[in-house]
Ligand binder design. Structure first.
Ligand SMILES: [Zn+2]
Length: 156
Protein backbone atom coordinates (compact mmCIF):
# COMPACT_ATOMS: atom_id res chain seq x y z
CA UNK A 1 0.00 0.00 0.00
CA UNK A 2 1.23 3.48 -0.88
CA UNK A 3 0.64 6.11 1.79
CA UNK A 4 -0.39 9.68 1.14
CA UNK A 5 0.28 12.34 3.75
CA UNK A 6 -2.26 15.15 3.57
CA UNK A 7 -1.68 18.67 4.88
CA UNK A 8 -4.38 20.92 6.26
CA UNK A 9 -6.97 22.10 3.74
CA UNK A 10 -5.51 24.88 1.56
CA UNK A 11 -8.74 26.89 1.26
CA UNK A 12 -9.19 26.89 5.04
CA UNK A 13 -5.57 27.95 5.53
CA UNK A 14 -5.87 30.75 2.97
CA UNK A 15 -8.94 32.10 4.74
CA UNK A 16 -7.13 32.12 8.09
CA UNK A 17 -4.17 33.98 6.55
CA UNK A 18 -6.57 36.61 5.25
CA UNK A 19 -7.92 37.21 8.76
CA UNK A 20 -10.82 34.77 8.64
CA UNK A 21 -12.17 33.06 11.73
CA UNK A 22 -10.71 29.81 13.02
CA UNK A 23 -12.84 26.94 14.30
CA UNK A 24 -13.53 28.82 17.54
CA UNK A 25 -14.67 31.86 15.56
CA UNK A 26 -11.55 33.88 16.33
CA UNK A 27 -8.85 35.40 14.14
CA UNK A 28 -5.51 33.61 14.32
CA UNK A 29 -2.96 34.80 16.85
CA UNK A 30 0.26 36.07 15.32
CA UNK A 31 3.65 35.05 16.66
CA UNK A 32 7.26 34.71 15.58
CA UNK A 33 8.73 31.24 15.41
CA UNK A 34 11.51 30.47 17.85
CA UNK A 35 12.49 27.63 15.54
CA UNK A 36 11.77 24.98 18.13
CA UNK A 37 9.11 22.50 17.17
CA UNK A 38 6.72 24.83 15.35
CA UNK A 39 5.34 22.64 12.58
CA UNK A 40 3.27 24.26 9.84
CA UNK A 41 0.29 22.03 9.06
CA UNK A 42 0.17 23.19 5.46
CA UNK A 43 3.70 22.75 4.08
CA UNK A 44 4.43 20.16 6.81
CA UNK A 45 7.82 21.78 7.40
CA UNK A 46 9.09 23.43 10.55
CA UNK A 47 8.55 27.19 10.58
CA UNK A 48 12.07 28.70 10.56
CA UNK A 49 13.31 30.77 13.47
CA UNK A 50 12.31 34.42 13.08
CA UNK A 51 9.50 33.68 10.59
CA UNK A 52 6.01 34.99 11.20
CA UNK A 53 3.52 32.31 12.16
CA UNK A 54 -0.14 31.94 13.04
CA UNK A 55 -1.69 30.02 15.93
CA UNK A 56 -5.31 29.02 15.55
CA UNK A 57 -7.94 26.50 16.57
CA UNK A 58 -8.50 23.81 13.96
CA UNK A 59 -11.08 21.09 13.66
CA UNK A 60 -9.90 18.78 10.88
CA UNK A 61 -13.39 17.38 10.35
CA UNK A 62 -16.15 18.65 8.05
CA UNK A 63 -18.92 19.12 10.63
CA UNK A 64 -19.26 19.32 14.40
CA UNK A 65 -19.94 15.98 16.02
CA UNK A 66 -18.68 14.33 19.19
CA UNK A 67 -15.51 12.97 17.58
CA UNK A 68 -14.55 16.19 15.81
CA UNK A 69 -11.73 17.25 18.09
CA UNK A 70 -10.61 20.87 17.88
CA UNK A 71 -7.15 21.94 18.92
CA UNK A 72 -4.30 24.36 18.30
CA UNK A 73 -2.21 24.31 15.14
CA UNK A 74 0.59 26.48 13.76
CA UNK A 75 0.78 27.79 10.21
CA UNK A 76 3.33 29.81 8.25
CA UNK A 77 1.91 33.36 8.23
CA UNK A 78 2.96 33.78 4.60
CA UNK A 79 1.77 31.61 1.74
CA UNK A 80 3.47 28.22 1.59
CA UNK A 81 3.12 25.24 -0.71
CA UNK A 82 0.83 22.46 0.45
CA UNK A 83 2.79 19.32 1.20
CA UNK A 84 2.27 16.63 -1.39
CA UNK A 85 4.03 13.38 -1.04
CA UNK A 86 4.23 9.76 -0.11
CA UNK A 87 7.21 10.25 2.16
CA UNK A 88 6.88 10.84 5.89
CA UNK A 89 6.89 14.66 5.96
CA UNK A 90 9.56 16.70 7.77
CA UNK A 91 7.26 17.60 10.65
CA UNK A 92 6.96 13.94 11.58
CA UNK A 93 10.68 13.38 11.85
CA UNK A 94 11.86 14.92 15.07
CA UNK A 95 9.74 13.52 17.86
CA UNK A 96 10.46 10.03 19.21
CA UNK A 97 6.83 9.02 18.88
CA UNK A 98 3.42 10.06 17.57
CA UNK A 99 -0.21 9.14 18.22
CA UNK A 100 -1.82 7.34 15.27
CA UNK A 101 -5.57 6.75 15.22
CA UNK A 102 -7.89 5.23 12.62
CA UNK A 103 -11.20 6.86 11.61
CA UNK A 104 -14.23 5.61 9.73
CA UNK A 105 -15.64 7.31 6.63
CA UNK A 106 -18.08 9.22 8.87
CA UNK A 107 -15.11 10.75 10.72
CA UNK A 108 -15.44 8.77 13.94
CA UNK A 109 -12.67 7.10 15.91
CA UNK A 110 -12.47 3.38 15.29
CA UNK A 111 -11.75 2.11 18.78
CA UNK A 112 -8.77 -0.15 19.17
CA UNK A 113 -6.75 1.49 16.39
CA UNK A 114 -5.16 4.29 18.40
CA UNK A 115 -1.58 3.74 19.40
CA UNK A 116 1.53 5.61 20.40
CA UNK A 117 3.90 4.86 17.55
CA UNK A 118 7.70 5.23 17.43
CA UNK A 119 8.77 7.65 14.68
CA UNK A 120 10.47 4.94 12.64
CA UNK A 121 7.27 2.86 12.68
CA UNK A 122 4.85 5.50 11.33
CA UNK A 123 4.58 3.98 7.85
CA UNK A 124 4.29 0.41 9.09
CA UNK A 125 1.63 1.19 11.70
CA UNK A 126 -0.37 3.51 9.39
CA UNK A 127 -0.39 0.79 6.73
CA UNK A 128 -1.54 -1.79 9.27
CA UNK A 129 -4.40 0.41 10.53
CA UNK A 130 -5.48 1.36 6.99
CA UNK A 131 -5.63 -2.31 6.01
CA UNK A 132 -8.35 -2.94 8.59
CA UNK A 133 -11.99 -3.05 7.55
CA UNK A 134 -13.87 0.20 7.97
CA UNK A 135 -10.87 2.53 8.14
CA UNK A 136 -11.02 5.58 5.88
CA UNK A 137 -7.93 7.42 7.14
CA UNK A 138 -5.39 7.66 9.91
CA UNK A 139 -4.73 10.87 11.78
CA UNK A 140 -1.27 11.56 13.14
CA UNK A 141 -1.08 13.67 16.26
CA UNK A 142 1.57 14.75 18.69
CA UNK A 143 2.07 12.05 21.30
CA UNK A 144 2.97 14.77 23.82
CA UNK A 145 0.43 17.51 23.13
CA UNK A 146 -2.26 15.77 21.07
CA UNK A 147 -2.11 18.46 18.37
CA UNK A 148 -3.25 17.33 14.92
CA UNK A 149 -0.25 16.90 12.61
CA UNK A 150 -1.55 15.44 9.36
CA UNK A 151 -3.84 12.83 7.83
CA UNK A 152 -2.77 9.66 6.07
CA UNK A 153 -4.68 7.67 3.48
CA UNK A 154 -3.74 4.60 1.54
CA UNK A 155 -3.42 4.64 -2.23
CA UNK A 156 -3.47 1.77 -4.65
ZN1 LIG B 1 3.97 26.36 5.89
Amino acid sequence: MKLEFHPYDSAWVKNIRQGGADDYGLPAERAVSDGKGKPCRHCLQYIPVGAAMLICAARPFPVKQPYAETGPIFLCAEACAAYAGEEVPPVLQDSPEYLLKGYSSDFRIVYGTGQITPQAEIERVATKILAQTGIAFVDVRSARNNCFACRVTGGA
